[in-house]
Ligand binder design. Structure first.
Ligand SMILES: Nc1ncnc2c1ncn2[C@@H]1O[C@H](COP(=O)(O)OP(=O)(O)OP(=O)(O)O)[C@@H](O)[C@H]1O
Length: 226
């Protein structure tokens, strides 16, 4: 395989170690995502999907193991280096959109680009292009409250891709939507991702959606089993 965009090696994570409520969530997890590969992460509730995604996205640190992104070993790096890597190379999508309510759809996609040093005109053009690709360009000037749940989530996808990341991490991206909307929104996400070379790890409980990705990874009892 080409050099992976994301490589996790021997990840171990225990919450409340040595205290009441100790829970070992990850036990020696290994995983590699090739450029352009879209993998589903499937697991029972509470099995550690969010923990795995947070560690892969440099929002949390493992007790042991390595996180390598784009060939760069991020283990033990400074907060500054992790923040820079997150901003430049990683896009996040959550179950809830977390859009800024006082800004329009387009502005929500422009702002992370400005924070990354992109010029205003270029950022706006990119926001419009992304909104067009998910079919909601006419909604560009609407604030999140004036958008449907599916539209809000499409905007969140565009925001995640605003800075052209190499890695997309999504935690139940359609989990808050009804089945029909979930289907449409998932198709929009695949449309955005396909052909970009972006690697994606998408946690979902939806086995139909999982089956449509390149690979399905199951997290069971703290380990990837397939
Ligand atoms: N900060 C924390 N402190 C203590 N325990 C935690 C913490 N975060 C998560 N846990 C526990 O670790 C386990 C895994 O949590 P995690 O959120 O990663 O699971 P999940 O697979 O994403 O769950 P779900 O599908 O329900 O969102 C759970 O038992 C949870 O209660």
């Amino acid at each position: 395989m080409n050099d992976p965009i994301l490589r996790l090696e021997g990840l171990t994570k225990t919450y409340n170690r040595g205290k009441p409520g100790e829970v070992q969530v990850l036990r020696d997890v290994d995983l590699a995502l090739a450029p352009g590969e879209v993998a589903a992460l499937v697991a029972p509730s509470g099995a550690g999907k969010s923990t795995l995604l947070h560690i892969a996205g440099l929002l949390d640190t493992p007790d042991a193991g390595r996180v390598v992104i784009g060939g760069q070993d991020m283990t033990g790096t400074s907060d500054r280096a992790r923040t820079a890597m997150r901003r430049r190379d990683i896009g996040f999508i959550y179950q809830f959109h977390h859009l800024l309510p006082e800004f329009s759809a387009a502005e929500n996609i422009v702002l992370p680009q400005l924070a990354n040093g992109t010029g205003a005109d270029e950022a706006r053009a990119r926001a419009e292009d992304l909104l067009d690709r998910v079919g909601i360009k006419p909604r560009a000037m609407h604030r999140p409250a004036a958008l449907s749940g599916g539209e809000q989530q499409r905007v969140a996808f565009c925001r995640a891709l605003a800075n052209g990341p190499r890695l997309l991490l999504a935690d139940e991206p359609t989990g808050n939507l009804d089945p029909a909307t979930s289907e449409q929104v998932f198709a929009a996400l695949m449309e955005l991702v396909s052909g970009t070379g972006l690697s994606a790890l998408i946690a979902t409980h939806n086995m139909e959606l999982a089956a449509r990705m390149d690979r399905m990874l199951r997290l069971e009892e703290g380990q990837i089993v397939g």
